[in-house]
Design a protein around this ligand. Structure first.
Ligand code: PLP
Length: 462
C-alpha cells in the first residue's frame, strides 16, 4: 500500500519506491491530477487515490526490477541526473516543455481551492512554484540526499530566503571570515539592520568555532571551499559543535557541487547553491537551489513567496538541461584542474597555487576526508605586483577575463580588482585578497591547451 504523501517529499525513498513510482502530491506531473484523483474523505488528496484507468501511465522506475524481485541499488549520480525526475515527466516530448506561464488554470472551484492552499503547488502561480522548479529541486535533492528542496532566482536569493526565513531580531549567527562577498554583506549590512548579530570566525580553525559556539546560536553558516582562495571548513566537526549550540547548519556547497561533497551526511541541515555556477554550468542563467528537511524547506518557501526570489521558467529549463551533464562536467573539470594546478605550481613565476587537491594545500588531508573530488577553482599567487598581475590576467587568450565560475569556459579574475569596489584595504587583508591573487575557474578546454595558455602568460611577465 502506497502511503499518502501530503507534503512534498523529494527524498530518495520517494524517488525509488517499489511497485511503481510514487509521485509526491505537490510534484504530480499531470495538470489535471487534482480532478482525476479527487479528494479523500477528509478533503485531502493522497497518492493512494487511484487515477482513472484511461489516464494512468506507468512510468518505469529506473531503480527497480520487476515487481517481486529485490530492489536494485540506488542509481549512480550520472543516472539520477537523467532519470531522477522521470516521475514528473508529462507528454511525449523527451525534453520537458517550458511551462511559460505566470499562472495555471484550475478545472473547478474545488481544484482551485486546493491549488491555492497547498504549499509548494507546482501549478498555481509561478511565484509559488512551477513544474520545472520542482524537477530541478528533485534532482538536487537526489544528489545531496535531501528530503525537500526549492529552486530560487539566484544563489543570493536562496541564501537570503534561508536567512530571512529562519532568523529573527536578537538571533546570533556564527559565520566564516571568508564567504562569497554577497553573503558577508547580507549578514553584516542587511541582517544587522534587522537586529541579527553575526560573528565571523577563521573557517580553517575548528577551535574558533568551538569558542563562539559555547554560547547558543541560531544559525551557523558555512562555505567550503571558500571564495577566492580555496580554504576549507571542517564541515562534520563544525556541524557537531553547531548542533550542540542549538544552531541550524547551512552550507553553501556551490564550489564543491554535490558530486564532490555532500554536506548533509556530514551534518548540514540545509544546503544552498548558486546554480548559476556548476549546476547550470554554461554561464547562461542565474539561479539558486536550497535543499534540506521538509519542515525547514517549507519555512523557506513561505518566505521566498513574499520576497519574490522566483526562478523564471526559462532559466529553470536551462538549469535542468545543464544538470543533465553535471556529473561528466565535474569529473572532467576535477581532472583538468588538478593537471593545471600541478603544472602551475612548478612555474617560477608562481608563488603559491591554492588548490585543495594539491598535497601542498595546508588542508589537503581534510579535503581528502570530506571531498570526493577537488573542484575547478584555484587561487594563484603570482611573483608579481598588482600591475603585472593585471597584465597577466588580461593577456590570457583561452581563460576568459570574466567574473563567475563553474561553467564550460575557463574564467579568470584578478581578485584585488574584482573586490576593490566592495572592500577597503583592511577588508581585503582579512579576506586574504593580496594584489597578486588570481582566481581561476577551470572549464572544459583540454588541459594541455590551458596549461600552455597560462604558462605563456606567466612567461610574458619576464
Ligand atoms: N555563493 C557562492 C559561493 C558564490 O560564489 C556566489 C556567486 O558568485 C553566490 C553564492 C551567489 O550566487 P548568485 O550570483 O547566483 O546569486
Amino acid at each position: 500500500m502506497i502511503p499518502p504523501l501530503l507534503v512534498p517529499s523529494y527524498g530518495p525513498s520517494a524517488f525509488w519506491h517499489k511497485d511503481t513510482f510514487v509521485t509526491p502530491i505537490a510534484a504530480c506531473p499531470c495538470p489535471h491530477a487534482d480532478r482525476m484523483r479527487g479528494p479523500g474523505a477528509d478533503g485531502t488528496i493522497t497518492a493512494a487515490t487511484p487515477r482513472p484507468r484511461a489516464t494512468r501511465r506507468r512510468v518505469r522506475d529506473p531503480a527497480m526490477n520487476d515487481p517481486g524481485s529485490p530492489p536494485l541499488r540506488p542509481p549512480h549520480p550520472e543516472t539520477l541526473l537523467l532519470h531522477g525526475d522521470d516521475p514528473l515527466h508529462e507528454g511525449a516530448s523527451l525534453t520537458p516543455p517550458i511551462p511559460w506561464s505566470a499562472t495555471f488554470v484550475a478545472d473547478d472551484a474545488d481544484a482551485f481551492a486546493r491549488m491555492a492552499s497547498q504549499p509548494m503547488h507546482p501549478r498555481y502561480y509561478t511565484r509559488y512554484g512551477n513544474p520545472l522548479h520542482q524537477r530541478v529541486a528533485r534532482l538536487v535533492c537526489g544528489l545531496e540526499g535531501a528530503e525537500a528542496g526549492l529552486a530560487t532566482a539566484s544563489g543570493m536569493g536562496a541564501i537570503a530566503c534561508v536567512a530571512m526565513a529562519l532568523l529573527s531580531a536578537g538571533d546570533r549567527v556564527v559565520a566564516q571570515r571568508n564567504h562569497y562577498m554577497g553573503t558577508t554583506r547580507l549578514l553584516s549590512d542587511v541582517l544587522a539592520r534587522f537586529g541579527v548579530h553575526t560573528v565571523f570566525v577563521d573557517q580553517t580553525d575548528a577551535d574558533a568555532f568551538a569558542r563562539e559556539l559555547e554560547r547558543p546560536a541560531a544559525m551557523v553558516l558555512l562555505e567550503s571551499p571558500t571564495n577566492p582562495d580555496c580554504s576549507l571548513t571542517d564541515l562534520a566537526a563544525v556541524a557537531a559543535l553547531a548542533h550542540a549550540a542549538g544552531a541550524t547548519v547551512v552550507v553553501d556547497n556551490t564550489f564543491a557541487t554535490p558530486l564532490n561533497q555532500r554536506p548533509i551526511p556530514l551534518g548540514a541541515d540545509l544546503v544552498v547553491h548558486s546554480a548559476t555556477k556548476y549546476l547550470g554550468g554554461h554561464h547562461d542563467l542565474t539561479a539558486g537551489v536550497v535543499v534540506g528537511d521538509a519542515a525547514r524547506i517549507r519555512a523557506v518557501w513561505d518566505t521566498q513567496i513574499v520576497l519574490g526570489a522566483t526562478l523564471s521558467p526559462m532559466d529553470a529549463w536551462l538549469l535542468l538541461r545543464g544538470l543533465r551533464t553535471l556529473a561528466v562536467r565535474v569529473e572532467r573539470i576535477n581532472a583538468t584542474a588538478l593537471t593545471v594546478a600541478r603544472a602551475l605550481a612548478a612555474h617560477p613565476r608562481i608563488e603559491q597555487v591554492s588548490y585543495p587537491g594539491l598535497a601542498s594545500h595546508p588542508q589537503h588531508a581534510l579535503a581528502r576526508r570530506q571531498m570526493r573530488g577537488f573542484g575547478g577553482v584555484m587561487g594563484l599567487r603570482l611573483r608579481a605586483g598588482y600591475a603585472a598581475t593585471a597584465r597577466f590576467v588580461a593577456g590570457l587568450s583561452l581563460a576568459r577575463h570574466a567574473v563567475s565560475l563553474g561553467g564550460v569556459d575557463t574564467l579568470v579574475v584578478h581578485a584585488a580588482a574584482m573586490w576593490s569596489g566592495t572592500l577597503d584595504d583592511e577588508g581585503m587583508r582579512r579576506a586574504g585578497i593580496e594584489p597578486n591573487l588570481v582566481r581561476l575557474s577551470i572549464g572544459l578546454e583540454h588541459a594541455d591547451d590551458l596549461v600552455a595558455d597560462l604558462q605563456r602568460g606567466l612567461d610574458a611577465l619576464d
